[in-house]
Design a protein around this ligand. Structure first.
Ligand code: 3PG
Ligand code: MG
Length: 399
């Protein structure tokens, strides 16, 4: 897919409306994880280096078209200034007189952050009038919010059709990494998909079996597959009404030549709590009164063997109940193996989605993966093979 990059736009002396994702975790008005803020700094600096004046557009939380003070982007300003190493001017509106006046008063090195675009009903409605009011503030548009690109909103989609538009550095890195993992990957490709439910990842599984050579299924959803294949899974978390669907996915995988890897041994306990007594059993020996909470060591060995055969790994979702030790063991061990192969230059590893990033951080390997996406929902929709409206608008802007 072709899209403009910042270098493709003439932004010298111009106001550049820059869509970023500042939807960061916050407690009592203080940002608790600044990852997303740090990741947009190169884009802002690149715009400034090209003589452009960045005016940041972003949403925070889900105020549903109303002004909700607890969702004001004002709270993000200190963390933004710290990341940028310079002051940022906050404007309590995203459009209209105050925004116009602040933009008109901008000096060459200034950065402006406008108020939460979701305070306006036109944002989520992708209302052309609202998009035009945003566009009227500047002369170019840069989208650096891959993680909001699955939303067809005025600040992510509509505006890209009104101004010369380009991808920011983070958007570029996300698209390049995702293309390297699934668009045009080095083969063989293995996907790891975990998490609780098959039902939330049906489209994703259906798309992946057609594109990857190996699919490792873990977490609660593996139980549904084991059950579908006739295994005893005791009191394990599973979707008992999804077994036919699971069989259809297995069938589709077989036809597509995708090899599915399910647990061959499991870690079981009678209670779902940290440090509960546990046992490791071959999958055939699971008893009616226990719960499967993680994949066992033989499964991990098999997964690592697959990683060693592959050139590309794409990972979404933990292999077990990773929030409570010791049921994080399989996720940690497999993640560490992937990290090692990546460090050795043998594997391109890409991961994303909410829980996944938390799990990889917990395993201490987040820095060793080739790329970790900052996106949750957008990463999943991209893994489902869907067109992301924010990305499609950038591609159209290039044509
Ligand atoms: C995110 O946090 O995943 C993005 O910022 C999108 O937010 P949303 O799910 O509220 O659209
Ligand atoms: Mg979200």
């Amino acid at each position: 897919m072709k899209f403009n990059r910042i270098e493709d736009l003439d932004i010298d002396g111009k106001v550049v409306l820059t869509r970023v994702d500042l939807n960061v975790p916050m407690e009592n008005g203080v940002v608790t994880d600044t990852t997303r803020i740090e990741k947009i700094v190169p884009t802002i600096k690149a715009i400034q280096a090209a003589g452009g004046k960045p005016v940041l557009l972003a949403h925070f939380d889900r105020p549903k078209g109303q002004r909700v003070e607890s969702m004001s982007l004002k709270q993000v300003v200190p963390a933004l200034e710290a990341a940028l190493g310079q002051p940022a001017t906050f404007v309590e509106e995203a459009v209209g007189g105050p925004a116009k006046r602040a933009v008109a008063a901008m000096g060459p090195d200034d950065v402006i952050l406008l108020e939460n675009t979701r305070f306006y009903p036109g944002e989520e409605a992708n209302d052309p009038t609202f998009a035009a009011s945003l566009a009227a503030l500047g002369q170019a548009y840069v989208n650096d919010a891959f993680s909001a690109a699955h939303r067809a909103h005025a600040s992510t989609e509509g505006i890209a059709r009104l101004l010369p538009s380009a991808a920011g550095k983070l958007m570029e890195a996300e698209l390049d990494a995702l293309n390297a993992a699934l668009g045009d990957p080095q083969r063989p490709v293995v996907a790891v998909v975990g998490g609780a439910k098959v039902s939330t990842k049906l489209d994703l599984l259906g798309n992946l079996v057609e594109k990857v050579d190996h699919l490792v299924i873990g977490g609660g959803m593996a139980n549904t597959f084991l059950l579908a294949k006739g295994a005893e899974i005791g009191k394990s978390l599973a979707e008992r009404d999804m077994t036919d669907t699971a069989l259809e996915i297995l069938d589709k995988a077989e036809k597509a030549g995708c090899q599915i890897h399910l647990p061959v041994d499991v870690v079981v306990a009678r209670e779902f709590k940290a440090n509960a007594d546990f046992e490791i059993l071959p999958v055939e020996e699971c008893a009616p009164d226990v719960m499967i909470l993680d994949a066992g060591p033989a499964t991990v060995d098999a997964i690592v063997g697959v990683f060693e055969e592959c050139r590309t790994l794409i990972w979404n979702g933990p292999l077990g109940a990773f929030e409570i030790p010791p049921f994080d063991a399989a996720t940690n061990a497999a993640a560490q193996a992937a990290a090692k192969l990546t460090r050795e230059g043998k594997l391109v590893s890409v991961a994303g989605g909410g829980d996944t990033v938390a799990a990889l951080n917990k395993a201490g390997v987040a820095d060793d993966f080739t790329f970790i996406s900052t996106a949750g929902g957008a990463f999943l929709e991209w893994m489902e093979g869907k067109d992301l409206p924010g990305v499609a608008a950038l591609a159209d802007a290039r044509r």
